[in-house]
Design a protein around this ligand. Structure first.
Ligand code: PRP
Ligand code: MN
Ligand code: MG
Length: 181
């Protein structure tokens, strides 16, 4: 129960691989947003690591705000029901909004969120996600920046939880079957 390593089946993406990819994504974002102030929106709770590590790699003016939405509850399956647990503090009129996410799984959370934020009159809304599961997509989400496309397996770490645990792992891993039972 106390041994996290024993709960893991595999390491899918290492800490080093995450860092290297975030370097590349940040360089691309810096180039694309040259001359613009970015409002980086982190989607709590999963995006905390991406938000922290991506924002530190960006080199031009930005503000950070947070939204908390949840669609998963405590299980491993998306309920499809998105709830706003905490809204933004920032007025989006005319802003260039970049949403930072840990993962796009079914796509339900982000497709809902993008629509919601676009209705608030921003200049632009784009998405940067570390992970995406192409085989799990239930709706198409137009994503500008993707770190890694991964297989349709339940992953944890680097912000991603199972029943609120494992978010603090510095890498992306898969869980051993005994954890679910
Ligand atoms: C997870 C993840 C994404 C979303 C992706 O969040 O962090 O935000 O699910 O799933 P989807 O593409 O199928 O909608 P969750 O709802 O578990 O909340 P959390 O970030 O607080 O863990
Ligand atoms: Mn999330
Ligand atoms: Mg979750």
């Amino acid at each position: 129960k106390s041994d996290v390593a024993g709960d893991l089946a595999d390491i899918l993406i290492t800490e080093e691989q995450i860092g290297t990819r975030l370097d590349e994504m940040a360089a691309q974002i810096d180039a694309d947003y040259a001359g613009k102030d970015v409002l980086l929106v982190g989607v709590l709770k999963g995006a905390v690591m991406v938000m922290a590590d991506l924002s530190r790699r960006l080199h031009h003016p930005l503000e950070m705000d947070w939204m908390a939405v949840s669609s998963y509850g405590s299980g491993t399956k998306s309920s499809g029901v998105v709830r706003i647990l905490k809204d933004l503090d920032t007025d989006l009129s005319g802003r260039d909004v970049l949403i930072a996410e840990d993962i796009i799984d079914s796509g339900l959370t982000l497709s809902w969120l993008v629509q919601n934020l676009r209705s608030r009159g921003p200049a632009s809304v784009e998405i940067a996600t570390l992970l995406r599961k192409p085989d799990a997509a239930k709706v198409d989400v137009d994503v500008r920046y993707v770190g890694f496309d991964i297989p349709n397996e339940f992953v944890v770490g680097y912000g991603l939880d199972y029943a609120e645990k494992y978010r603090n792992l510095p890498f992306i891993g898969t869980l051993a079957p005994h954890v679910y039972s």
